[in-house]
Design a protein around this ligand. Sequence first.
Ligand code: PLP
Length: 352
Amino acid sequence: MVSFYPGPSRVYSKLPVYLKDAYTQGIMSINHRSEEFVAISKKTVTLLKEKLNIPKSYSIYFVSSATECWEIIAQSLIEKEAVHIYNGAFGEKWFQYTKKLKPHVKSLTFNRDEGLLPEKLTFNTPEVICLTQNETSNGTQVKHEIIQSVRKNNPNSLLAIDATSSMGGIALNFDAADIWFASVQKCFGLPAGLGLLICSPKTLEHARSVNDQQHYNSLLFLDDMMKNWQTSYTPSVVEIYLLMRVIESVKPIDNIHKTIINRHQKWEAFFDSKSEQLNLLIKNKSVRSQTVLTVEAKPEVVEKVKVKAKKSGIILGEGYGELKNSTFRIANFPAIQRKEIALLMDFLHDFI
Ligand SMILES: *Cc1c(COP(=O)(O)O)cnc(C)c1O
C-alpha cells in the first residue's frame, strides 16, 4: 500500500532500519535523564536548526502533538486577548480550543479562494495572533509575504503559526514569526507521537511576564528542562531518535523545497490542463498549498476513485469536515517517492 494521506502519512522507507538500530542500540529503554538521551536530544535540536534554517536564538521543545502546542500557547502566552485568523477546519479547531481555555479570544475568517489581505490585518495589540500557514483540510496556504506583513503591522503582538502540514516540506522563514509548531506525522515522514514547538526569544520574554506555572507543559517549565536538553515528562525517546536519524539523512530544506514545488507544479498541470471530472478545489493558484492538494469531484466520483484506489494499493486522503464527500486529498510530502506519484497519476488518468 502507498499512502497519500496528508497525515498520518507515508513514512520514510529507511524507517525500519532506524527502528531496528534503536532496538539493537538499546535506545528504547534508555532513561530520559541519561547522558545518552541528552546527546540524542541535543543532536536532534542542532540538526533541526541546521537543516530547516531555524534561527540559532530560537528554542525548540519536544511535545506530543500540534494539538498540545495549541494548549501550551493558550495557557502560557495568552492572558486575555488573542486573534485567530483562519479559513478552514484546522484553524477553526485551534480557535475553538483556545476559546475553551481563554473565552475572550476573537476570530477572523477569510475566504479560502481569496486569501488574506494583510493591509486589513492590523489589530489592537492582542498578545498573540494565531495563523494556520497550511490549512490541511482544504489545501490552502498563507505565503511568507503575508506572514511578514502581519508581523510588520502588529509589532507588539506575538505571531503564532501552525505549520503542521508544511514544516519539513517547504522552506519556512522562521524569522517572520515568533512561534511555529508541527507534528511529525506529516512532512517529516514519521509515525505520529511527537510535536515540535519552536519559539523566539520574544516569546520567552512574554511567557515570563504571563508566568504560567500550573501545568506539566507550561512553557517556562519546558524551557527550564530544555536548558539541559530534557523534557518535563518521559518523552517518546524512540521518536526523537527516529527524528534525529531522518533529519540527519534528508537534504537541507531548500533542496527539499525545490522538489516539492516541482512535484506540485506537475500535479497542477495534471489537474488543470487535462481533467474534467477531477478538479483542484482551490482555483486561485497563489493560495494553493504546495504540500496538500484537495481534489474536487461529484460525490459518486469521489467514492469510486477512493474505492478503486484502495484496490490498486493506493490510499487517498479523505475529504475533511464539510468537504468530506465532495473532495479527496493528496499529500505532496517529501517521503513519497517519484515512482509512487507516477503510479497515482497513472491510476487517476482513468477518471480525468
Ligand atoms: C494534523 C494537523 C493538526 C493536528 O496535529 P496533531 O498531531 O493531531 O495534534 C493541527 N493543525 C494542522 C494544520 C494539521 O494539519
